[in-house]
Ligand binder design. Sequence first.
Ligand code: PRP
Ligand code: URA
Length: 209
Amino acid sequence: MKNIHILSHVLIDHKMAKLRSVTTGTKEFRELIEELSTLVAYEALADIPTVEIVVSTPLESVTQNIIKEKSIALVPILRAGLGMVNGVITLLPTAKVGHIGMCRNEETLQPESYYCKLPANIEDKLVIVLDPMLATGGSAIEAINILKGLGVKHIKMMNILAAPIGLKEVSKAHPDVQVYVAKVDRCLNENGYILPGLGDAGDRIYGTK
Ligand code: PRP
Ligand code: URA
């Protein structure tokens, strides 16, 4: 799966251990999701479009590459994906942000889309889809289908935790989308939850259970 990038870093292990723990409360969980998102973004943004400018230092001029920030849109999948936005936008302060609302049906595990509001000219942008959890892969595949249906050609995806089966499905459905994930776990349980996992990311971010 050439389009799947699994990060390896002691900082990710350290923060992941805290994120997983059942004793970690809502505030710390939210902060950890943000921090891990920044770490994943550092890797995911390594090859994004740049433009050359000339900068005058106090001593001389130098040619330097800078990011074409306005050509990038972040698209969190609601709800849990919203928890990643601050961690990424801190690196890309002028990126546009769109939203796709997607909820897994608890019985069928199929994604149901309930909201979509995207920046103008989305088809011309590099779109970075954000969702901390990639379990069956259904939500990610459907969100990417929606974006491609609108003419978006350049898509990346960032996740915090994934299951092997979900990564395989996304890779099969969208081999052109580069996926960056902080950690890959063992498997899914009978309810479609990642094991060992961290529980329900949306509920832990928003304190709804
Ligand atoms: C979670 C998660 C993903 C999805 C992953 O969202 O944030 O969007 O499940 O599962 P999948 O890979 O099997 O599709 P959920 O549906 O629980 O909604 P929420 O973010 O509103 O809590
Ligand atoms: N969604 C979550 O929030 N957690 C899982 O383990 C799987 C899907």
